[in-house]
Design a protein around this ligand. Structure first.
Ligand SMILES: [Zn+2]
Length: 113
């Protein structure tokens, strides 16, 4: 996930047995328990906003500098639900494109636009 994000790609896992798509990654398929799900990376993944909120407080200095900070819960077209930064503040039900990148500390983060 982190290596893909460093390359500007959002990687999810797809089960080689049943086709279930999952994120975050796991050692085995959450649907059928098959080992070694395959990785699939894409520049963007389409999804739909399920919920959104705006943070006005954070104990983390890095986030405090960026407040207010908009977040969205997005259901990817492939099934998984992910929490993303959403700087454009999309409305519930809006179609968005989710990208992965590394933040200033080197952690993989998701952004919906
Ligand atoms: Zn499976």
């Amino acid at each position: 996930m982190k290596a893909a994000a460093a390359a500007g790609l959002f990687a999810v896992q797809r089960c080689r047995v049943c086709g279930h798509v999952q994120y975050p990654p796991r050692a085995c398929c959450a649907a059928c328990l098959a080992d070694d799900p395959a990785w699939e990376a894409a520049a963007v993944r389409p999804g739909t906003v399920l919920a959104r909120t705006v943070l006005h407080h954070s104990h983390e200095e890095m986030f405090r500098a960026r407040l207010p900070l908009a977040l969205a819960l997005v259901r990817l077209a492939e099934g998984p639900v992910v929490l993303c930064f959403a700087p454009d503040r999309p409305a519930i039900g809006n179609a968005v494109q989710v990208r992965a990148a590394l933040d200033a500390t080197g952690h993989a983060v998701l952004e919906a636009r």
